[in-house]
Design a protein. Structure first.
Length: 82
């Protein structure tokens, strides 16, 4: 079961690094490429003052983080779980 959705692009180095780290740590998430799904691009821009900034993560409680560190992702997941 995924814990959040990561909105990304194939060319984003920050996305690749974050995905790699989260995968190594066993954190499960869904991924959506905003260049393939225009609706997701609109969502990302609505969360980032009109900018298509990736990675943008949207959690099960509706909260979002833009370009977070792995530590910030873990903190957010812990807060949601409590």
């Amino acid at each position: 079961m995924s814990q959040f959705t990561m909105y990304s692009t194939t060319w984003c180095g920050y996305c690749r690094r974050l995905k790699s780290t989260l995968n190594r740590e066993g954190i499960v998430f869904d991924e959506v490429d905003i260049e393939v799904d225009p609706t997701s691009a609109d969502l990302v821009m609505s969360l980032n003052n009109g900018n298509a900034v990736v990675p943008t993560l949207v959690f099960s409680d509706g909260s979002a983080l833009t370009n977070p560190s792995p530590a910030q992702v873990k903190e957010r997941l812990a807060a949601i779980a409590s």
